[in-house]
Design a protein around this ligand. Sequence first.
Ligand SMILES: [Zn+2]
Ligand SMILES: [Zn+2]
Length: 189
Amino acid sequence: MERKEEILELLERGYATAKELASYFDVSLMTIYRDLRELEEEGKIVRRYGRIELSRKHHLQEDEEKCAFCGKDVDNRFGFTYWLKGRRKLSTCCPHCGLLIYDSVEEKEIDVLLTKDFITCSPINAYEAWYVLGCNISPCCRPSAFAFGEKEHAESFAKGFSGAVMEFDEAKEKMKELMKRGQSVRFEL
Ligand SMILES: [Zn+2]
Ligand SMILES: [Zn+2]
């Protein structure tokens, strides 16, 4: 695959800076900047506050995605994405569905697991994210789960909406448990 093509794919996977791309390809920053300039001229990417993003046009297809677990439209603000071996992709609408579908996916098939930080909306590694469960609000599926890149963001969110902070494995188990209990949620956003 041509490097520029591959750059677009990496951006979709959550890469966002020239430095990350340069170290991925093991080339100089100058080389990456040249590729980026071309991609920018072709209208495929935009640069914002030092971060590189796919342009809207390039995102169109993604906007029409449905959650692989519940069938809802995938909202790019809090989607949870499984990149599987062989460049296959499985998207869910929010961390709630992302955590619940985990058991139906072959672990060894998972290449990258990405979710979005609830505050910044930027992609974060789902295995390393902090989750808040048991909140009294739910912007997507119930019971809700929120993901954060920073532990302290998760903690202050949990405090404000009476939830509990946990890591990936715990969140995954807890979500199954909550579903079994059929816990109801008091009100919605
Ligand atoms: Zn869903
Ligand atoms: Zn959802």
